[in-house]
Design a binder for this molecule. Sequence first.
Ligand SMILES: *[C@@H]1O[C@H](CO)[C@@H](O)[C@H](O)[C@H]1NC(C)=O
Ligand SMILES: *[C@@H]1O[C@H](CO)[C@@H](O)[C@H](O)[C@H]1NC(C)=O
Ligand SMILES: *[C@@H]1O[C@H](CO)[C@@H](O)[C@H](O)[C@H]1NC(C)=O
Ligand SMILES: *[C@@H]1O[C@H](CO)[C@@H](O)[C@H](O)[C@H]1NC(C)=O
Ligand SMILES: *[C@@H]1O[C@H](CO)[C@@H](O)[C@H](O)[C@H]1NC(C)=O
Ligand SMILES: *[C@@H]1O[C@H](CO)[C@@H](O)[C@H](O)[C@H]1NC(C)=O
Ligand SMILES: *[C@@H]1O[C@H](CO)[C@@H](O)[C@H](O)[C@H]1NC(C)=O
Ligand SMILES: *[C@@H]1O[C@H](CO)[C@@H](O)[C@H](O)[C@H]1NC(C)=O
Length: 473
Amino acid sequence: MVSPTLLFFFLLAVQLLQPFHAHSGPAEWPLSPPSLFHHRHHHTHRASVRDYGATGDGMTYDTRAIQAAVDAVAARGGGRVRFPPGNYLTATILLRSGVVLEVEKGARVLGGTKQEDYLPEQPRWYVVLAEDAEDVGITGGGEINGQGGAFVQRRDKRKNVMVSWNATGACEGDECRPRLVGFVGCRNVRLWDIRLIEPAYWCLHLVRSENIWIEDVTILGDFDSPNNDGIDVEDSNNTVITRCHIDTGDDAICPKSSTGPVRNLTATDCWIRTKSSAIKLGSASTFDFTGFRFDNITIVDSHRGLGLQIRDGGNVSDITFSNINIRTRYYDPSWWGRAEPIYVTTCPRDPTSRVGSISDLRFINISAVSENGVFLSGSRGGLVSNLKFLNVNLTFQRWTQYSDGLFDYRPGCQEMVHHRTAGLMMEHISGIEMENVRMKWHNNSLKGWNNPIEFRPSTVNKLSFCDWSSEEI
Ligand SMILES: *[C@@H]1O[C@H](CO)[C@@H](O)[C@H](O)[C@H]1NC(C)=O
Ligand SMILES: *[C@@H]1O[C@H](CO)[C@@H](O)[C@H](O)[C@H]1NC(C)=O
Ligand SMILES: *[C@@H]1O[C@H](CO)[C@@H](O)[C@H](O)[C@H]1NC(C)=O
Ligand SMILES: *[C@@H]1O[C@H](CO)[C@@H](O)[C@H](O)[C@H]1NC(C)=O
Ligand SMILES: *[C@@H]1O[C@H](CO)[C@@H](O)[C@H](O)[C@H]1NC(C)=O
Ligand SMILES: *[C@@H]1O[C@H](CO)[C@@H](O)[C@H](O)[C@H]1NC(C)=O
Ligand SMILES: *[C@@H]1O[C@H](CO)[C@@H](O)[C@H](O)[C@H]1NC(C)=O
Ligand SMILES: *[C@@H]1O[C@H](CO)[C@@H](O)[C@H](O)[C@H]1NC(C)=O
């Protein structure tokens, strides 16, 4: 007998596989939803948090009922924990192996806004947290909401000032507040058809995990709040992100490496708006990044489009960006980013940092309209090598009133350096191949710009241009 749940997974999987194969390009690792969940967890048990006493009234803490439902389903070998329509205020929920949270349409899980709602250790501050678990997921069409508005100490159109729980000594600085959803040390993770709303800090954090499938996830942060990242893929392997909609203040899809490498990440069919980088590798970059594919992504009114911010000695290789539409503009300079559609940098963060390198990057079928040029900057000992641009349209135009004329090396390095604006700036590069690349300049926007292409002398080698043009329009 095939259980209805298994059948459902199988049908869903077949639907997913088609678009995935249609544009993911080069060889993929063996990863698809059916292989994600281990046969050991049958996913047949179902429980409603209401049956465990949850009120769903949005005012009473339902933590105990929710956790009891999760633990009961886990104890029976796995299944679904349902949240019927309602508002479920909760302290941290610990997700267990084999359990999928099904937050139904009309249901909202509301994260607590008090420090006592979270575990004592700051690295475990999440509204929903899975640790060392396997075959875990979240779905259902509803919403997990971090009530980020309650963490805004002072609203500021430039950048909000956020509450910090640093007074207790749990952490330092101003990045001291809870994330929304975390999978730490997990295997076989699926999030699909779920809305992740208003995180107080980062939204979805995948840490030291592998085999991750994220599909049809909507992330809405606060466009004015700092560190409101979308998806942070940290020290994790084999991740697929597809059909996501991310509209948030800080970096939208952000692979980072702190304790191990990041291997095999594919992101396709996404829409992104952010006041920082739409896609950003780094800046935490102690280990390597390899085998990434970004395809069919629309980036709207963001501060930076495709960014590599390598600062800590990790090496980056084999990364492809294809079929990407980018629109980048200036925002307040307190945010990292200077309207660059493409930004590739390897400078060491500070004088004690190691230098990483970047090689084998491909930009294929890219169309960008931007207020600043492309910035490609290796560093001494941290070369950027073997870049290919194929079918790339770059249109330069100014439409905001923010001032320009700065190269942005942040974080660390030389910080901001005054300079006139070029269409393409290069330093410490070995090997660029450009084929069918068109630069277009709006004639009413040329103030402050100088050359289409600019080099730092004697640091650029092996250039090949084929069918390249630059014209005023
Ligand atoms: C990454 O994908 C490749 C195939 O594309 C596979 O050979 C390799 O094992 C994967 N890496 C990891 C760490 O799973
Ligand atoms: C604590 O957070 C506040 C507010 O974000 C910040 O201004 C302050 O510098 C932080 N203090 C410490 C000791 O980190
Ligand atoms: C990712 O793959 C690399 C290379 O195989 C391995 O060293 C690392 O431990 C893997 N990370 C995880 C979280 O599985
Ligand atoms: C690209 O992604 C969008 C969603 O952002 C989707 O609607 C569209 O069908 C995708 N295009 C292709 C060619 O698959
Ligand atoms: C990056 O590459 C350099 C040169 O091959 C090497 O010395 C360094 O160890 C690599 N970094 C990492 C994190 O493996
Ligand atoms: C780039 O676009 C062309 C024309 O639309 C298409 O034939 C080609 O497959 C695309 N390349 C990639 C890598 O998607
Ligand atoms: C670049 O512009 C040309 C001419 O307008 C157009 O034919 C081509 O499809 C564009 N390429 C991309 C990748 O948008
Ligand atoms: C810009 O180009 C348009 C169309 O060619 C022309 O009519 C206009 O006078 C130009 N404007 C400037 C400021 O050169």
